[in-house]
Ligand binder design. Sequence first.
Ligand SMILES: Cc1ncc(COP(=O)(O)O)c(C=O)c1O
Length: 440
Amino acid sequence: MIYRATDNSLQQAPRLVTRLPGPRAAAWIARDDQVLSPSYTRDYPLVAARAQGCALEDVDGNVFLDFTAGLAVTSTGHCHPEVVEAIQDQAARLIHMSGTDFYYTPEIELAERLAKLAPGEAPKRVFFTNSGTESIEAALKLARFHTGRGRVLSFYGAFHGRTYGAMSLGGSKAVHQQGFDPLVPGIYRLAFNCSREELDELFARVCPADTLAAIVVEVIQGEGGYRIAEPRFLAMLRETCDRHGILLVFDEVQTGIGRTGKMFACEHFGIAPDLLCLAKGIASGLPLGALVARADLMSWGPGSHASTFGGNPICCRAALATLDLVEREYLANATQRGAQLRSGLDRLAADSPLSLGEVRGLGLMQAVDVLDESAPTGGQPLDPARRNRIIRAAFERGLLLVPCGRAAVRFCPALCVSEAEVDAALALFAEACQASGEVG
Ligand SMILES: Cc1ncc(COP(=O)(O)O)c(C=O)c1O
């Protein structure tokens, strides 16, 4: 049985009872404004209080339909009872013991599970982290350590995280890197879905293939706009890495753990990486990440890399419960509801070709470009300002969405989302698009 909200007041999302933001939310935001880092990017004044499934209540009692899943994180739905039970049970047994210094069973069980699940025939080993960016850092360090090479190739539009190595690999928005020089050296960049000729030119002119430790790529660019890798592009990268002893790193921080209807997005392409980076959906909202590597590549020894909190027992128990649920029932639901969401967005885009552009994505990872309606017809330019107004108008109707890319709206609900919730979200999104002309 797919998970649904059990609390009466959360069952009829959306249900708005105040103007937005309500008085309590406004007061909390004023306090936040005094003490939180101004680097955070809040798209609208939502102050979350509690949630179940895809329903989220704010501090004023307004109930929203959450199509963000906390940025593609609460994969099994907010506060799934099996995840909550695993967390509570583990919290009463053992909260922490530092898995890089001692042994405890949930970490071993989860590593065994991930090693078995990860694509590719070869045996795997796992390094646990607390976040996506740390999984990328671990991959970078291991790739340099194992190959003895210093250089790395990444792609325009990529987002890999905020720590120095991951940030330096990024190529999605200048603001992510601006003011933070010097970045990690030795990083080269090509267009996502580049051609064989472009890759060969890079190798011939500036970066011989045998100086590369790794090629790091998202199977579907997330923050970059839900752009899907072409099968021939991934096949070319796999072949190039095999030929030149380069490690192929798939950043599946956002696409992994069932989001696309398969456990890992690369399974749609039949291509396995050497190193697989995970985080976000893996523990349904608890901070956990993982680097899953071919066992023969984990050639580093004690002391080379570690993390005090990485693989925390509570996070590992939450992840084991998450994997149970995803394997048992959510892969099929993500495929079915993803197809429903996709055809609904395709229909909306076809009905308003001057307003909505390309729809992209796989499974429950879908985005649609927002166009400038007022531009002369033909070759409609993207309209980031209108995209932001649509997201705001959706919020004001009780639907939570987030942006991605230059002017796209992303839909990444929890994998338990129901048919009725997808229909409701599509209707609210259509209303928000209509209203966006007046809202600004
Ligand atoms: C593809 C991808 N990689 C890495 C990251 C960084 O993850 P975190 O914010 O957990 O460090 C993100 C976060 O959005 C992501 O989407």
